[in-house]
Ligand binder design. Structure first.
Ligand code: DQA
Length: 146
């Protein structure tokens, strides 16, 4: 089983970036936890980009490389990107959208996700634990049933 973990713009600065909203854990901390949870059960590939097209390319590649699932925090592109919606809609790999903060308690422009209608599900506002929940979903559901 292979799971791709994609993080969008500014999440490379997790831990330093607005810690009152996103906490003090770094992206490396989060990724290490996912590797630890997956253990022998899944290969976890983690990628981060500040560029929309790069995220689109990685979604396409994950489909061609037959990943079991994709966990994506699209960050600000959540609220703007029809391209990411279309990329997710156009691949067979199930995608779970994760947000660290509760976007619904924040500015109105964060309340809408272009990606969510194309995703298997969305996890919002549970801090970095959301990534773990998404991974556990794929581990539990296995290769077949997402
Ligand atoms: C975020 C929420 C987005 O609105 C914001 O642009 C981010 C992070 C989150 O994880 O809470 O960069 O996706």
């Amino acid at each position: 089983m292979k799971v791709l973990v994609l993080n969008g713009p500014n999440l490379n600065r997790l831990g330093k970036r607005e810690p009152h909203i996103y906490g003090y854990e770094t992206l490396q901390d989060v990724e290490q936890r996912l590797h630890d949870i997956a253990g022998e059960k899944a290969t976890i590939i983690c990628k981060q980009s500040n560029h929309e097209g790069q995220l689109v390319d990685w979604l396409h590649e994950a489909a061609d490389e037959q990943y079991t699932g994709i966990i994506i925090n699209p960050a600000a592109y959540t609220h703007t990107s029809i391209a990411l919606h279309d990329a997710i809609a156009g691949i067979d790999v199930p995608v779970i959208e994760v947000h660290i903060s509760n976007v619904h308690k924040r500015e109105a422009f964060r309340h809408h996700s272009y990606l969510a209608p194309a995703c298997l599900g969305q996890i919002v506002g549970l801090g970095t634990f959301g990534y773990e929940l998404a991974l556990r979903t794929f581990l539990e559901k296995g290769e077949t049933s997402c």
